[in-house]
Design a protein. Structure first.
Length: 204
C-alpha cells in the first residue's frame, strides 16, 4: 500500500507578531491611554501641597509620557513596514514602556506615602508589569524580573528610612514601615519566580 508523508503543519506566529497593528487607529490606543494616565498623575501631583508627594508623581508622569512617545513611534513603524523585525521592535518597546511605567507607579505611590495611593499604585503597577510581558519571551521575563527587583529594593530602602530617620513625617514613616515590607515581599517573590522561569525559557 502506498503511503505519503503528512502535510507539514505551519507553526503559528508568536503573540507579539499577531499584535502588530494592521489598522491606523490601533497604533494610537495604548500611547493615548498612557498619556491620559500621565496627565492625571500630573494633576494629582500638582494639587498636592506636599513636595515629597508631588515630585514622585510628576516623575512617574514624565516616565510614562516618554514611554507613550516611544510606543507611538515603534507602533507606527510596525504598522507601516509590516515586517517581523518591526514587530519585534514594537514588542520590546511595549514591554519596556509597560514594566517601567508599572514599576515607577509603584515606587511613586510608596514614596508619596499615602495609604490609598500605595494601594492604587500596587493595584495598577504590578498588573501593568505582568500584562506588559504576556508573550513570555526571554526579553519579557528579564524585563519583569528586573522591574520587580528594583521595586523590592526601593521598598526595602524605604522601610529602613521609615524606621531610622526621625525627620520623616509620622504618617509617611508609618506607611513606609508598615506597607513597604509587604510590597517588597510580593515583588521579590514575583522576581524570583520570573528569574527561575527565565532559566528554562529558550532564546528569543
Amino acid at each position: 500500500m502506498e503511503t505519503r508523508d503528512e502535510d507539514p503543519v505551519e507553526e503559528a506566529p508568536p503573540g507579539w507578531v499577531l499584535r502588530t497593528p494592521t489598522r491606523w487607529r490601533e497604533v494610537w490606543v495604548l500611547p493615548l491611554l498612557a498619556l491620559g494616565v500621565a496627565a492625571l498623575m500630573i494633576v494629582a501631583g500638582s494639587a498636592s501641597a506636599d513636595v515629597l508627594a508631588r515630585v514622585p508623581w510628576v516623575t512617574a508622569a514624565v516616565v510614562m509620557s516618554a514611554g507613550a512617545v516611544a510606543l507611538a513611534v515603534a507602533g507606527w513603524r510596525a504598522y507601516r513596514d509590516q515586517t517581523r523585525g518591526a514587530s519585534w521592535d514594537l514588542h520590546r518597546t511595549a514591554v519596556l514602556a509597560g514594566v517601567a511605567s508599572g514599576a515607577v507607579v509603584m515606587v511613586a505611590s510608596l514614596v508619596a506615602g499615602g495609604a490609598i495611593g500605595v494601594a492604587m499604585g500596587a493595584l495598577g503597577g504590578l498588573p501593568t508589569i505582568m500584562w506588559s510581558a504576556r508573550s513570555i519571551t526571554r526579553f519579557d521575563r528579564t524585563a519583569v524580573s528586573v522591574a520587580c527587583t528594583v521595586v523590592a529594593v526601593v521598598s526595602l530602602v524605604l522601610v529602613v528610612v521609615g524606621l531610622t530617620v526621625d525627620v520623616v513625617p509620622h504618617g509617611r514613616a508609618t506607611v513606609w514601615a508598615g506597607v513597604a515590607p509587604l510590597v517588597a515581599v510580593i515583588t521579590a517573590v514575583f522576581a524570583f519566580v520570573q528569574f527561575r522561569a527565565l532559566a528554562r525559557t529558550p532564546s528569543d
